[in-house]
Design a protein around this ligand. Sequence first.
Ligand SMILES: [Ca+2]
Length: 356
Amino acid sequence: MLTGNFHQTQVAGYLTFPWAAVENPLGGWLITEREGVIVEYDHAGQRQEIPLEFEQLYVAGQGGLLDIELAQDFTETRRVYLSYASGDAEENYLTFGTTVLNGKTPVVTDIFKVATPKDTPVHYGGRLLQLPDETWLMTSGDGFDYREQAQQKSSFLGKVLRFTTNGEPASDNPFSDGDTLAEKYIFTLGHRNPQGLLRDPNSGKIWLHEHGPDGGDEINLLVPGENYGWPVVTLGKDYSGARISPFTQYAGMQDPMLNWTPSIAPSGMTVYHNDVFPELQNYLLVTSLKNKALYAVSLDQNRMSAVQIFATINERLRDVIIGRDGAIYVLTDGERARIMRFSPLRPKNVPEHSLR
Ligand SMILES: [Ca+2]
């Protein structure tokens, strides 16, 4: 068993439909709630709710405030970068923006809005990742009703987008010579609803996971310019049971590194490189909404497979974060959600080798 004895505590509670959490480098947590609020816990555990003012936040279905990343100088500036849905029921857009968490109601400035409108409140993607060159990746879902657009380079839907902090397409993107605006932003294409994204600091590899339809959840290794197949290739079925595609492989399209059929509904993801849980070294950790579980996926095996860890968890999980202390923190889902901390159960300050 990967993590036999562990200690579980709650570090934050009364969270209302949270989507993402980040640890403050000075201690404490910042958690996004879909209605447009950031809940902040300081290093002493003091809680503060920060309602944000948006140009036009669209809260419906899976829409609302989504991801949060801290600026590199956050401890001096309190600047954060956010992803969220903006617009209304007829036309809404995944948006990247920023604010400074000072004052009573910080105002969020839209920096970059995907220019493909949709009229569904679902499949936004929305995960943010800043790369070492300071450009951003943002996952953009297919909008559910627009899955064919995941294959169209003229659409922002069903893509991973790469852009500067000013919202301009990164100049060395794979299709930067393209004719359409969307094309210039594309990092990878052929995605459905990706909500997990990370860069492994050891290998430099970029890992993504995405929700399949009924079955066909995937972990993908991202290579700029590659096509990940949706909806031409999938191992999943439509919710009606209808076959989406006869193809499980297709020339020129990348196979997933791991396929979950039946679906687990993966949401957050991180990679573990810490001595606190030595048995989890070099594992991806993936939260599941549907299976109410946390999964560990070894990066050292040729054929990826997922094993459940911390089996006491029986809640829909939204996000997973490695703390500065090496403990594993999971953010649960729903209208009364919380953050739980998992640490090894062993005497304090006793090096592991002396316990053998
Ligand atoms: Ca795929």
